[in-house]
Write a protein that binds this ligand. Structure first.
Ligand SMILES: Cc1ncc(COP(=O)(O)O)c(C=O)c1O
Length: 359
């Protein structure tokens, strides 16, 4: 078996022990004679999967009892509309900080249904920074403040949650579980699974219970966090296998020493790669140090005509999916929890070799 280093932004590399455990349990889940994929989402066996997954996540992030944990279908993009539908109204709009493509999408979707206010944007500088907190422009009665803690495409990341009296709503799709956060600072945290949680198809929503409210009768139940919470996130058939995989990933994080330990490893991986980029005259990263993402590291070659060749040769060397997002170009190394330091070292080794051949 050959495993390569996969730097894809998502669906992203998964920890090998998780894949091995899924393989071992694929045909016969813990003596049931069936795969997890084949059991009812309303069975006692699946109750066990759901309960263990939630309990493990609560331990990992120290989630207090006053927060509900939901596992919903639809991807993080679905939350771009569910957030305003569940929290805002036409006279209490959500305030949005836009510092990258994903926060812009979240804002646009909420705006389309008339529920968004733009409180700050860094679009003018090509999303290479985060708008300064003291320049944010909030309305008197905003229902919440929405931000994306890590912008996966441009590679900028909030170092800490913003200070704000409003309920804070964070899209943590690309940095959840990569560092510890104080859950009590948030009204809502949501995250798609395909980076640090597991496989695509399921989205985690952590919501303070006092924010769960009845929706107007013309909004379908499936959109309602309150109804989903009452139904144990099983109002309809959920993506059961993705839910199970999330549980395996959470167990792996726990067995690896927990979120604090992964945060140290993530810091080390990011420092190693940025230090290499910063001393180089051949490669560059344009994001100011204080905004740089520890999860997604975009970089360019000063001679941009070499990008295609770099990506092709890296792929051939077993360093996969380094092509930057089409809106930014260049390269991007996504170094989530499951990427070992050996992957970063292999990448740097390849970069040195490429420079000596092409430079
Ligand atoms: C920060 C962020 N938010 C939202 C999304 C959209 O997620 P999904 O494709 O699960 O809807 C992504 C996808 O990469 C993302 O990186």
């Amino acid at each position: 078996m050959t495993r390569i280093f996969n730097f894809c932004a998502g669906p992203a590399t998964l920890p090998l022990p998780v894949l091995e455990k899924a393989r071992d349990e694929l045909l016969d889940y813990r003596g049931l004679g069936m795969s997890v994929m084949e059991i009812s989402h309303r069975s006692a066996a699946f109750d066990g999967v759901a309960d263990n997954t939630e309990a493990c996540l609560r331990r990992l992030l120290s989630i207090p009892d006053e927060y509900a944990v939901l596992f919903l279908a639809g991807g993080a993009t679905t939350q771009f509309s569910q957030v305003p539908l569940n929290l805002a109204s036409s006279d209490r709009r959500g305030a949005y900080i836009v510092d990258g493509s994903w926060s812009k999408k979240a804002f646009n979707i909420a705006q389309r249904i008339g529920l968004a206010h733009l409180a700050g944007s860094s679009e003018d500088c090509g999303f290479k920074s985060i708008p300064l907190e003291n320049e944010w422009n909030l309305e008197d009665n905003n229902a919440y403040l929405h931000y994306v803690s890590n912008e996966t495409i441009s590679g900028v990341q909030f170092r800490r949650p913003p200070e704000c009296a409003l309920p804070l709503v964070a899209d943590m799709s690309s940095d959840i579980l990569s560092r510890m956060v104080d859950i009590k600072k948030f009204g809502v945290i949501y995250a798609g699974a395909q980076k640090n949680i597991g496989q695509a198809g399921i989205t985690l929503v952590i919501v303070r219970k006092d924010l769960l409210q009845d929706l107007p009768p013309d909004i379908p139940d499936l959109q309602s966090w309150k109804v989903q919470h009452k139904q144990g996130s099983r109002l309809n058939t959920p993506p059961t296998y993705a839910w199970y995989m999330a549980g395996l990933v959470f167990e792996w994080i726990e067995a690896s020493g927990g979120v604090e330990r992964l945060a140290k490893l993530n810091q080390h991986k990011a420092d190693t790669l940025y230090q290499y980029l910063d001393q180089s005259t051949f490669y560059r990263n344009d994001i100011p140090t204080e905004f740089r993402s520890h999860m997604n590291v975009p970089f360019q070659i000063v001679d941009e005509s070499l990008h295609g060749r770099f990506i092709e040769e890296a792929e051939a060397a077993g360093l996969s999916s380094l092509k930057g997002h089409r809106s930014v170009g260049g390269m991007r190394a996504s170094i989530y929890n499951a990427m070992p330091i050996e992957g970063v070292e292999a990448l740097i080794g390849f970069m040195k070799e490429f420079e000596s051949k092409a430079g």
